[in-house]
Design a binder for this molecule. Sequence first.
Ligand code: MRU
Length: 336
Amino acid sequence: MNPFESLGLKHDGHTLWVLDQTQLPDAEVWLDGSDPEAMITLIQRLAVRGAPLIGVAAAASLATFAHRSASTSGYAAACAALRAARPTAVNLMWAMDRMKDATDPGAEAQAIFEEDVRLCEDLAQHGSALIQDGEGILTHCNTGGLATAGIGTALGVIRRAFEQGKRLHVYADETRPLLQGGRLTTWELTKLGIPATLITDSMAALLLRDGKVQRVLVGSDRVAANGDFANKVGTYGLAVQARHHGVPFHPMAPFSTVDLACPNGAAIPIEERDQAEVRGYGKLRWAPEAMPTWNPSFDVTPVDLVTSLVLDRGVYSAQELRSGALAICGVKGKVI
Ligand code: MRU
């Protein structure tokens, strides 16, 4: 593969390196993800995460494996195993379906990487047009350069609006239980110099009530054909709160996150993670060791709570989504 580099992933032409997101913001440690089995572990323990990035990383790992040693059957088995590493983000399946039949895996993985960069740019262009000068923006989880090969989805839109000179203030949900907002979004916002405040998830409703937030922007792991979408657990609650307070709510995603084979949100598989993640974090445990917990990693927000969905292909209102705009846009390509 040709060398490439993004915020959380790089290839030096021989080895694929993954920035271990579990160690951020305290340490920037790069791990070898060239072997598909190692990559599956990295994906499952969220060292590499974010819907678009896990697709890109899995493709690059598979291409490196193919270049080094893979037999045809070994390649097919690795592709299938990577595809099943996490169930909710459809970008992983989308990328592996492309890699499965690729005649040149290196070129295909490179194309997937470059495409994700471009999709983020197009998405940022559409999304930033929605943002007005002076807005307070609430966001959830991490949707920036750490979650994609490019500038990100919701956080990429915020970044682009900030670069356009709009005065913004970002409120970042810490995002329980794995703190992607508290650890990763804050790390990116600090690097970018964007004014921001970190809040715990349970403070969001108060901020909305007090008029501090003019817009809620979130990413997505899978958008169903009717516009329902899955994203990091807590997104649905934010959508309900935003609707109650009359604040616009926008999911944002590249078209690789749209699953036209999935008719609605009820058909989206939701990952359930280890119970220990709710009882504590890292070495710290605050609940009794045997305390039963529930740990769905994602929730589904119905299209009725969406103001508009921002894709790289344009901006779609809830009404357009309900009347099948995604299927039309999937056939026609870019519509704006
Ligand atoms: O479990 P994670 O950290 O992979 O979840 C990530 C999210 O839910 C993001 O919001 C989503 O992938 C979209 S980011 C481009």
